[in-house]
Design a protein around this ligand. Structure first.
Ligand SMILES: Nc1nc(=O)c2c([nH]1)NC[C@@H]1CN(c3ccc(C(=O)N[C@@H](CCC(=O)O)C(=O)O)cc3)C=[N+]21
Length: 283
């Protein structure tokens, strides 16, 4: 039976460290602020945003929610981002995705000042990361790497198979693993014989949004299995991994919930402090 990687506990450890840093800065009158922009009333988004705000509160970050109606124009949203870019009190800006279809996510992401881009989604930051200049990495892959480190899962020289090629998770995950000296295979919806590839993996990261896609037949005994999936099935949260059948085979596995999700939120806090320090020339 696999070791269960307790994302919630690791996230709590990261949050504790962030709390210690914000407390130290508070003593010198410095307060970091995360601003979340939510457009519309997508129920899942509202839950995630509430989670982020609660966590920000806990770690001593000022947090502001800008909630705009679902029919807000792209221009109004862009003007709001311009205002936040210019606000010297704001350290991090997160525009919750997905956005309504009448708004271009790419245009919005590019409008966020790169030095306030806590998600690491801006092409400037993605590009820097691509060439090995360390910018802020997207929170989900960053949280997974942080978990590997804290759980002493050494990725150097290992074969890591990432399933999913989004700009938010799959692509940056592959880049981070590569930077940490893993041998990386990036799979996606058009990959032929996925199971044959994942069966050769020492580490599998599933980030496709298909409940139960990764089965026992996809996993080599002893492999580390990381489940990024957040699928709501009959009101229940399910990952991309068929946990019940994979857990007995894997060497280590993340649960859903309580795995990657809390790590993502914790890294958002860590990234906010990092950007706040960089912008204020603090170490
Ligand atoms: N600009 C932007 N940045 C994001 O980082 C971003 C985003 N947009 N849009 C949506 C996705 C999704 N995401 C999650 C974060 C935490 C949990 C999380 O904490 N999940 C809990 C369970 C939550 C529940 O019960 O619904 C867990 O896995 O234990 C889930 C999902 C961040 N995202």
């Amino acid at each position: 039976m696999a070791r269960i990687l307790d994302g919630k506990q690791i996230a709590a450890d990261i949050q504790q460290e962030v709390r210690e840093r914000t407390t130290a800065f508070e003593a010198s009158g410095i307060h970091f602020q995360l601003t979340v922009v939510l457009v519309g009333d997508h129920p899942a988004s509202a839950t995630y945003v509430r989670n982020k705000q609660r966590t920000a509160e806990k770690v001593g970050l000022k947090n502001t929610l800008i909630h705009l109606p679902g029919d807000v124009s792209e221009d109004t949203l862009l003007a709001e981002i311009d205002r936040l870019n210019a606000d010297t009190e704001v350290d991090g800006i997160l525009v919750q995705l997905p956005l309504p279809s009448h708004i271009s996510e790419q245009v919005v992401i590019e409008r966020i000042a790169p030095e306030k881009d806590v998600d690491g989604f801006h092409p400037m930051n993605a590009g820097k990361n691509f060439v090995g200049l360390s910018a802020v990495w997207p929170c989900t892959p960053a949280g997974i790497m942080e978990m590997f480190e804290r759980e002493q899962i050494d990725v150097a020289g290992k074969h890591a198979v990432v399933v999913g090629r989004s700009n938010i998770v799959g692509k940056p995950m592959a880049m981070m693993l590569l930077a940490a000296n893993a041998t990386v295979t990036l799979c996606h919806s058009r990959t032929q014989d996925l199971a044959a590839l994942t069966r050769t993996a020492d580490i599998v990261v599933a980030a496709v949004g298909q409940p139960g896609l990764i089965t026992a037949a996809h996993v080599k005994p002893g492999a580390v299995v990381v489940d990024v999936g957040m699928n709501r099935v009959d009101g229940k949260l399910m990952g991309d991994v068929a946990f019940e059948e994979v857990a007995p085979i894997a060497g280590a596995i993340t649960p859903v919930p309580g795995g990657v999700g809390p790590l993502t939120v914790a890294m958002l806090m860590k990234n906010t402090v990092r950007l706040g320090c960089a912008r204020r020339h603090l170490s």
